[in-house]
Design a protein around this ligand. Structure first.
Ligand code: PBG
Length: 330
């Protein structure tokens, strides 16, 4: 055989780790990672979350235990979820001045000012029925929920949130929040919209962690049907028009086609949320001795950026930072 005409040899650029990292098409850096964390009412609590092995729930006074690790790892941003002791029909702790997220922000901004604080804006952790808004019969009433979502976002920003991230999936919520923030002088505070949020069984371990599973029915009446692609573009386009600054796709792993499409279709930065079920699956499979946790977690994280996301929310953020330092990803 004569191979003299084979001019293209892709293997030339794979022969050495230095050249491999030189020609890499996707870069993963610590500054593009966001670490989600759970803050609950109560005192002196730092407890493991059974459904999310390796993740902790803390009370406000113990946030330092977690934030210190985050800051040390080089991850710069956190996403705060609140777990109140008291829930009611209208989720009043979501927008209470002394609500758990509001207190968490005041505590943390003072002690860890080097971090960037994003808050999840939703009602499901705060309502007695576990739905993401105000009920009218067994339906979530979109338009009666909007003012409460806007009020929650404003109270987070007043308590120090650097950015708000509404995850409720009510129609018109980005505009409602934007107007409320602007009216109160917070024109410079960005909104990261959970623009494309599917109704997904991948949220199971999170609902266990936050105690936010709906007490009846499901979220299919407001979160998206996982069969749909064009609807994702419609949702994203609406949020762009309403003033969103960042578009998020959620979950990540089974929705990379959507991440790619949203990234190609809009000029805004795109985030992807690698949700609790994705994390739990990797943990469980690695504990069963079936896969190599770090290798899989790195591969999965890189796939999200390769699909076009510029920002990744992941429970693996701190470990990824370490794996970046170790050269396993980056
Ligand atoms: C709603 C919210 C959920 C998640 C983020 N924000 C749960 C839901 O919609 O039921 C899920 C995150 C995860 O699974 O990691 N506040």
């Amino acid at each position: 055989m004569d191979f003299s005409q084979m001019l293209e040899r892709p293997r030339r650029l794979r022969g050495n780790p230095l050249v491999r990292s030189m020609v890499r098409e996707t870069r993963v850096s610590k500054s593009s990672l966001i670490y989600p964390m759970f803050v609950r009412d109560g005192q002196n609590i730092l407890e493991p979350i059974p459904s999310l092995d390796g993740q902790m729930r803390c009370s406000v006074d113990r946030m330092g235990d977690i934030l210190e690790d985050v800051a040390k790892s080089g991850v710069r941003s956190v996403m705060l979820f609140g777990i109140p002791d008291h829930k009611d029909e209208v989720g009043s702790q979501a927008y209470a001045e002394d609500g758990v997220v509001q207190r968490a922000l005041r505590w943390a901004k003072e002690r860890f000012p080097e971090l960037y604080y994003i808050t999840d804006v939703c009602m499901c952790e705060y309502t007695s029925h576990g739905h993401c808004g105000i009920l009218c019969g067994h339906e979530v009433d979109n338009d009666r929920t909007l003012p409460l979502i806007a009020k929650t976002a404003l109270s987070h920003v007043q308590a120090g949130a650097d950015m708000v991230a509404p995850s409720d999936m009510m129609d018109g919520r980005i505009l409602a929040i934007r107007q409320e923030l602007d009216k109160n002088g917070y024109t410079g505070t960005p909104i990261m919209s959970y623009a494309v949020k599917y109704s997904s069984a991948f949220y199971g371990p999170f609902r266990e962690a936050a105690g936010s599973a709906p007490s009846f029915g499901d979220r299919k009446g407001y979160q998206m049907d996982f069969h749909n692609r064009k609807e994702a573009l419609k949702e994203a386009a609406l949020d762009v028009k309403e003033g969103a600054d960042i578009l998020m796709v959620k979950p990540a792993m089974s929705y990379l086609d959507i991440v790619r499409e949203v990234a190609d279709s809009f000029d805004l930065p795109v985030a992807a949320y690698s949700v609790s079920g994705e994390y739990a699956m990797i943990k469980a499979a690695s504990q069963a001795g079936l896969i190599d946790e770090a290798a899989i977690a790195c591969e999965v994280a890189a796939s999200v950026f390769r699909a076009g996301a510029g920002i990744l929310l992941t429970y693996y953020a701190k470990e990824l930072a370490r794996w970046i330092d170790e050269g396993r990803i980056g």
